[in-house]
Design a protein around this ligand. Structure first.
Ligand code: GDP
Ligand code: MG
Length: 676
């Protein structure tokens, strides 16, 4: 008498050989009936292994877990409601990419899976090689068996594998990262589902995703449990998400799964030239160029360089426009204030302080918006994921996780959301490491400094390249430090992962503009708050004590700067104005330019003209280097503290200060000798 070890289901697309496998497993011990209520054939059978008996159910062929047809509904109902002890996902190995969609959905559902690469006989002689270890790793460690069902090959191994997963239950975790926008909504909804115990025996995450996808059955189940309110919330979240993503959530999630599979297949399957060329689609061809071992990285840098050219060439005339407007505004305001008899200090506060300081920052709005536009374009077309794929190899050499790449790229926009984006990294070590080096990615707040100084010291055709060199410097330093920190602070291997390759797409203008606006808005809000407060403070310190010449060495700010100035002398900018600008830059890096404008007493428009009195090209470059590296802005420090704790925030502040000073000094000492 054998003991029952459990029930397993065979799931797979139509025509992949499920019935063949079912027959090979169960032999004569079969029972054919109908699924309850419908005339779709249901086959059940048993096989015995050792003293264990396993019951097998052959499900109708399905492509995914979204119930569009009656077959899909049956199969899904069985998987979801009966919850078999294990599921054998049968795939046609010659059509792996397409077949893996269902596998991914099963894994997300939390099924205890054995992956069966069937029709393995047909890939022989086709030049296809499958790295089973990588494939399994990418799929959260599922056991994999190979079969040629019509010949009975691999059936014994499958029985063994099935028995093993039945015994030990599900091991390993599988999760696709849907990107910050979607992940935020998923966790919000999942939390509510968990609180109200509405996840109905599935993982809250799975239920949340299904609700966002608008899955009618899961909605119905939640409703039956009295989750009206949660459903309402899910609908609102889905609608908001749709607006943000520019596509409906169902399509979005599906595309991400396909993207994940593309990346996985690209990593785990190699095929010879002859076989590939015959079946290449346009996006395969593009992928072969963009993710090529040889060309991938040069292409990435070329794109980045082009992006910066675009940002500066297009941005310059727009910036000039705002510049003239702010200049006019400052003059008219002080003239008007004079006419209405306002005291001189009010006129000075308004025109020098507020309009001068905030204006100095606003001038860069066109550059910043263009940069965000380009970043959104690269993201939405799908290229960014290829860049991450290519960079993954490099990231690993530097001890960073491939997933760190996206936060690093986001850092070019603003380090605050970038640091928050590290939440997608599973390992705490990888996460802290990524957070620590993130401020070295040159955010848009530092752009005004580069634009001002390159404009004043470098010929027009070199400006783009100079700015690009600073971005590059940040990247190189981040990578080098990552290696260093990894060796000293975070020993251990980097967890493997799969880089998603979403389909290429021409993004809609609307969603591009929306993304650009969302990001630029943060900048504008900052200009209206922190930066505004910063410039008023600088103005105040520059005007006091009463009677002192505005911004002179005798003013409070002058004395403050004088304390630090000597330390900065080896870097070539030993005047108190530069020191003060850097100190206020900690509030927000945008205030550096505004502070300089205020301190040199020329407002914004005169800055470029007056800078050569205080800086040389070499010290200007060193100043930009310092601005790039030294101490993250207050908002970044706060978010590092929140994400990694006080200790790491303090560490980030101190290492960056020392590093910034060191590198600035080195650059000044070398460049001042080269450029004379
Ligand atoms: P189902 O729709 O998934 O149940 O697929 P079937 O079991 O009906 O098989 C579909 C076709 O694929 C049949 O003609 C089988 O003979 C064939 N087939 C199944 N497994 C294999 C295999 O491993 N290798 C090859 N070459 N053919 C197979
Ligand atoms: Mg069949």
């Amino acid at each position: 008498m054998s003991k029952s070890a459990g029930v397993i289901a065979l799931a797979g697309n139509p025509n992949v050989g499920k019935t063949c496998i079912f027959n090979a497993l169960t032999g004569m011990r079969q029972k054919v009936g109908n699924w309850p209520g419908v005339t779709v054939e249901k086959k059940e059978g048993v096989f015995v292994i050792g003293d264990q008996e396993v019951m097998v159910v052959d499900l109708p062929g399905i492509y995914g877990l979204t119930p569009y047809s009656i077959d899909e509904k049956i199969a899904r109902d069985f998987l979801i409601k009966e919850k078999p002890g294990a599921v054998v996902a049968v795939v046609d190995t010659t059509n792996l990419e397409r077949n893996l969609y269902l596998v991914v959905e099963l894994l997300e559902l939390g099924a205890n899976l054995v992956l069966d690469l069937n029709m393995i006989d047909r890939i022989e002689g086709q030049g296809i090689k499958i790295n089973k270890e990588k494939l399994s790793q990418g799929l959260g460690g599922v056991p994999i068996v190979e079969t040629a069902a019509h010949k009975g090959f691999g059936i014994e191994a499958m029985k063994q594998a099935v028995l093993e997963v039945l015994r030990r239950g599900r091991s390993g975790e599988f999760k696709i990262d849907y990107g910050l926008d979607a992940e935020t909504v998923i966790s919000e909804l999942a939390e509510v589902l968990e609180d109200k115990a509405l996840a109905l025996g599935f993982s809250p995450r799975w239920t949340a995703i299904k609700l966002l996808e608008g899955d009618p059955e899961v909605q119905e189940l939640v409703k039956q449990r009295g989750g009206e309110e949660t459903l309402q919330m899910a609908r609102q979240l889905a609608a908001a998400l749709e607006k943000k993503l520019g596509s409906d959530p169902e399509t979005f999630f599906a595309e991400h799964r396909y993207g994940f599979i593309r990346g996985l297949v690209r990593q785990a399957v190699t095929a010879t030239e002859k076989d590939l060329v015959a079946r290449l689609s346009l996006s395969d061809k593009l992928d072969r160029i963009f993710t090529s071992r040889v060309l991938g990285i040069p292409i990435f840098f070329l794109f980045m360089w082009l992006a910066f050219q675009l940002v500066f060439k297009l941005g310059a005339p727009l910036a000039d426009g705002i510049d003239s407007f702010m200049g006019w505004l400052g003059t008219s305001a002080s003239a008007w204030l004079g006419q209405v008899g306002a005291p001189e200090w009010v006129a000075s506060l308004v025109s020098d302080g507020v309009i001068g300081g905030v204006g100095a920052v606003l001038v860069f709005l066109p550059n910043i918006m263009l940069l965000f536009l380009v970043l959104s374009f690269l993201e939405d077309t799908g290229y960014m994921a290829r860049a991450a794929f290519v960079m993954d190899r490099i990231m690993h050499t530097f001890g960073l996780h491939g997933k760190s790449f996206i936060p690093m790229l986001l850092g070019f926009g603003c380090n605050v959301p970038a640091i928050m984006a590290t939440r997608t990294l599973e390992s705490e070590k990888d996460r802290v490491l990524t957070i620590l080096v993130n401020p070295l990615m040159s955010c848009t707040a530092r752009l005004p400094i580069y634009v001002l100084f390159t404009g004043a010291f470098f010929a027009e055709r070199y400006r783009g390249t100079v700015v690009f060199s600073l971005y590059l410097l940040g990247i190189v330093l981040a990578l080098l430090l990552a290696v260093l920190f990894k060796c000293i602070l975070f020993k251990g291997a980097v967890a493997p992962f799969i880089m998603e390759l979403p389909p290429y797409r021409l993004p809609s203008v609307k969603s591009l503009l929306l993304h650009m606006w969302e990001r630029s808005r943060i900048f504008l809000v900052k200009a209206g708050t922190i930066i505004f407060a910063g410039v008023v403070l600088v103005w105040l310190l520059a005007s006091l004590p009463v009677g002192v010449e505005y911004g002179s060495a005798e003013s409070l700010v002058g004395r403050l700067g004088a304390v630090f100035a000597p330390l900065l002398k080896p870097a070539g900018f030993g005047e108190y104005q530069a020191a003060v600008a850097l100190i206020f830059g900690i509030l927000a890096k945008e205030t550096v330019v505004g502070t300089l404008g205020t301190l040199y007493g020329v407002g914004r428009e005169g800055l470029a003209g007056v800078l050569p009195q205080y800086f040389t090209p070499a010290s200007a470059y060193a100043f930009m280097v310092m601005s790039l590296i030294y101490i993250p802005c207050l908002a970044s420090i706060a978010v590092i503290k929140r994400e990694a704790g006080w200790k790491w925030a303090a560490f980030a502040v101190s290492y960056s200060l020392v590093l910034g000073w060191l590198v600035a000094v080195i650059f000044y000492q070398v460049l001042s000798r080269l450029w004379t």
